[in-house]
Every structure is written in structure tokens, then in C-alpha cells.
Design a protein. Structure first.
Length: 451
């Protein structure tokens, strides 16, 4: 670690950080209240309220956002004339998927092979703990030199836009000179990285209907239109033979000019099976950071175990489209819907319903905040220079904040490096990365106060 005096303080705070993260991970705070108790999310929010009070935050509040979830806000005033920095994280998490597939219980923080495992450990309960450790370290070294606002979202993973709409309705609440989004990650463990672009996203449900009810495939198959077959034809039309996304009217030729992503590294990170090819064209960075990407998230149809010899009358799919920077997500949605409708075969009745949307984001890495972060990262990661990367995922709030506060500098850092396996089974966080990034954030706040 760096010889900076803050480093020893951050290191001494790590046992408390582990305790905090274990308590947070224990909440099953999935913001899908049809499958997970709302009380779990509410309890997690109350834990954060208590934590902010303990750190001296003022105006701590539970914000009831329009999507039926809660975000947590607090304000820590700084010295007279100091800039204000907004810190962001989210406490909601992805569902654990098949809990039996986890090596250890998903909602129990478990240490194994030098990493801490649990749902939300990296994405993004660990991001909140990172913020808390940085602030605690600064308090032990004379106090926090800037004003701090903190916002911890309760529905980021669902893409329902509650906090975005709340921020638009209360535009002064989150106003700041710079914003640190703790929901990204280093390109590789030990390589300090700031994310400068995010793809946006849109999700649609596609429902096909062809018959009043299922029919015997022997008696009617061959002439009766199959809704599942129609759906498969439409879904297949969304990809070229090489796997590139093909939505009519949506460009797929974007390029990435920053950090390269070697194909062999991507194969290892994505755990692609031997002999299976990567999809798409262009560099890996082009494909995941600068171009659209469609994914079929789920299909409603009979399971193999429950299948009967029937022609299907109805079928449904949930489709995600990642939208590259420079493309309006609403326009991408329009093009996706038009593509599905125009490619539906046999006159099948098709209904397309949007279920979520977020705009892409591009930051300005030449700003004073980026220079302060680069200096902080070089101290927290001795011998390394801060890198700039994109991220294929979406943080819809980023674009809302950029629109509301065009003068604010927005930086994305965090704990979701490839080994973290966020959204997957056995999500984990590197405690060494948590320590280094908390130190970097503390150094950034100190440097930014002088900028």
C-alpha cells in the first residue's frame, strides 16, 4: 500500500468494513416485490439511515420514489467555500438466481480464497461501504474537506427509474460540483480505472398469439401457425450470422478508442467454453462498449419436462437492448419495436410492451475532478496510472444527473471488476480493491478540495 498517512487509517478500518458489508449482504433487498419481501429492502434502507446518522450526516431521509421503492439521502456540510461532492451507490441487488448453485449462501458474506462472497458484495453494497470507509478515514485526519451529499438508490437493478424521476422533481436535492458513482469497477484487479462511458438500455416484452388455444400437433401441425415458432423467427432476426446485433435502422458500427480488451482476456473473464466462438465483429471493446447488444433474457413457453405434443397458441419473451453512447434510448426503443412488428411472420398478433429504459452516458475526462482522481489513484495503486474504460452496462441515473447538473463532473469507480462476477452465481468482492479504492476516494476528496 501507499505510504500516504491515510493508508494506515484505511487499513485499520477494514475489519469494520467487513462487518458492515456482512450486515448489508444479509438483507435480501431485491426490488422485485412479487418475489422478495419488501420489508427486506426497507430494512436495508433503515440500516443505511442509521449508518449515515452515525457518521454525522444531516438531513438524513428516506425518499419514497415514484416506483414504490426507497432511496436514502444525507448531507454532510463541508468547510465554508468548499466544493460539494455527491457520492452514489445502490443497496438493491440482483436476484440470487439458483441459490443451490452458490458455493456458499448468497446472503451470507463468506470469505474464501482471499475474496468476500455474497450477493451485492461488489454490486453495489460494497460501493456504499467504500464511501463510508473513505469518509471515516478523513474524519480521523482532521475532517472531510468538502461538502458531501450521499444518495443510495433502492431500485437501480430493476431499471424502473424511481430515483431519476424523484431527482427531476427535486432538482436541488442532488446538486453538486462533482459526482462519484461507486457502481463501476476496475478493468482488472489492481489496475485503477475510471469508467467514462456507459451503454444505455431498453427492455421490451414481446407476446405472440396465433390461435385461440393450443392444438394437437399431429392433427393440426403443418398448417396451424405456431406462436412459439413465430417468436423464435423474430428473435433470430435480431442477430446477424456472426452474432452481431441487427435492429433495422440502428447502427452497429461504433468504435472504441480507449483501453483495449484482448480477446483472450475477455474469454477468460466471461468463462467462454473451449471451442465456442465470441460473437460479433470489430474489437471486443467495440462490441461491449461502443455498439448495441441484444440479449434474450427469458422466454415463457412450456418447459421440456411439461411439454405436450401441441402447437403453441401463445409465447412471450423479455428482450434487452444495450444502447451505445450517442444513441437516444427512446429512439432505439422505437426502432426495436418497429423491427419486431415488421419481422413478425404469418400475420401473427404481436404486442410489444416496454418494461424499462435508461439513456447512455459519456463523461469528460479532461476535467479537474478527473485530474484529482488520477493523482489519487496513482497514490493508492503505486506504479499504476489510472486507465479510462467503457462499461457495457447501464446506470440510468448518470444521464439524469448529467442533464440536471451539466456543470458537474461525473466519475464512475467501484468494485465490479471481472472477477467479481456481478449478477451471476458466486458474486464476490476483493477486500484489497475495497481498501485501495476507499483510500483513492479519500485522497480524491482531499485533492479535489484544493483543485
Amino acid at each position: 500500500m501507499s505510504p500516504n498517512p491515510l493508508a494506515a487509517t484505511v487499513a485499520s478500518l477494514m475489519p469494520r468494513a467487513r462487518t458492515d458489508l456482512a450486515e448489508l449482504v444479509a438483507f435480501r433487498s431485491v426490488a422485485d416485490f412479487t418475489r422478495f419481501p419488501k420489508g427486506e429492502s426497507e430494512a436495508a434502507a433503515r440500516w443505511i439511515v442509521d449508518a449515515l446518522h452515525a457518521e454525522g450526516f444531516q438531513d438524513v431521509a428516506l425518499l419514497d420514489t415514484p416506483d414504490g421503492t426507497q432511496s436514502v439521502y444525507g448531507h454532510l456540510p463541508g468547510p465554508e467555500g468548499a466544493p460539494t461532492v455527491l457520492l452514489y451507490a445502490h443497496y438493491d441487488v440482483q436476484p440470487p438466481l439458483d441459490e443451490s448453485a452458490w458455493s456458499t449462501p448468497p446472503f451470507e458474506l463468506t470469505e474464501r480464497d482471499g475474496r468476500w462472497y455474497g450477493r451485492g458484495s461488489a454490486d453495489c453494497k460494497g460501493g456504499l461501504v467504500m464511501h463510508l470507509v473513505a469518509l471515516r478515514a478523513l474524519k480521523e485526519h482532521g475532517g472531510v474537506p468538502v461538502g458531501v451529499k450521499i444518495i443510495v438508490e433502492g431500485s437501480e437493478e430493476q431499471g424502473t427509474g424511481g430515483l431519476e424521476r424523484y431527482a427531476e422533481q427535486h432538482p436541488e436535492l442532488l446538486r453538486a460540483d462533482s459526482i462519484v458513482i461507486g457502481d463501476a469497477g476496475n478493468f482488472r484487479v489492481g489496475l485503477p480505472t475510471v469508467t467514462t462511458t456507459l451503454r444505455g438500455m431498453t427492455m421490451v416484452r414481446i407476446e405472440m398469439e396465433t390461435l385461440e388455444g393450443n392444438l394437437h400437433s399431429g392433427q393440426f401441425g403443418g398448417a396451424a401457425p405456431d406462436a412459439l415458432g413465430a417468436l423464435i423467427r423474430v428473435l433470430d432476426s435480431l442477430r446477424a450470422p456472426d452474432g452481431s446485433t441487427t435492429v433495422d435502422g440502428l447502427s452497429g458500427e461504433g468504435t472504441w478508442e480507449g483501453l483495449a480488451y484482448p480477446p483472450e482476456s475477455f474469454r477468460a473473464d466471461a468463462r467462454v467454453l473451449d471451442g465456442v466462438e465470441l460473437i460479433g465483429s470489430g474489437t471486443v471493446a467495440d462490441r461491449i462498449w461502443a455498439r448495441p447488444a441484444v440479449t434474450v433474457l427469458g422466454i415463457d413457453c412450456p418447459s421440456v419436462a411439461e411439454a405436450t405434443p401441441s402447437v403453441q397458441a401463445r409465447a412471450r419473451a423479455l428482450v434487452s437492448l444495450r444502447v451505445p453512447p450517442g444513441v437516444d434510448a427512446a429512439e432505439a426503443t422505437r426502432l426495436l419495436v418497429a423491427h419486431v412488428e415488421s419481422r413478425t411472420p404469418w400475420g401473427a398478433r404481436v404486442r410489444v410492451e416496454q418494461s424499462g429504459e435508461g439513456q447512455p452516458f459519456r463523461a469528460d475526462p479532461s476535467s479537474p475532478a478527473y485530474r484529482a482522481m488520477a493523482e489519487a489513484m496513482s497514490t493508492a495503486y503505486p506504479g499504476e496510472r489510472m486507465q479510462y474504460a467503457g462499461q457495457g452496462g447501464s446506470i440510468p441515473l448518470c444521464n439524469t444527473l448529467a442533464t440536471l447538473y451539466p456543470q458537474a463532473e461525473i466519475l464512475l469507480i467501484g468494485l465490479s471488476e471481472p472477477e467479481a462476477r456481478i449478477h451471476a452465481v458466486d458474486e464476490s468482492v476483493s477486500p484489497q480493491e475495497l481498501e485501495r479504492l476507499a483510500l483513492a476516494e479519500a485522497l480524491f476528496l482531499t485533492g479535489y478540495a484544493r483543485a
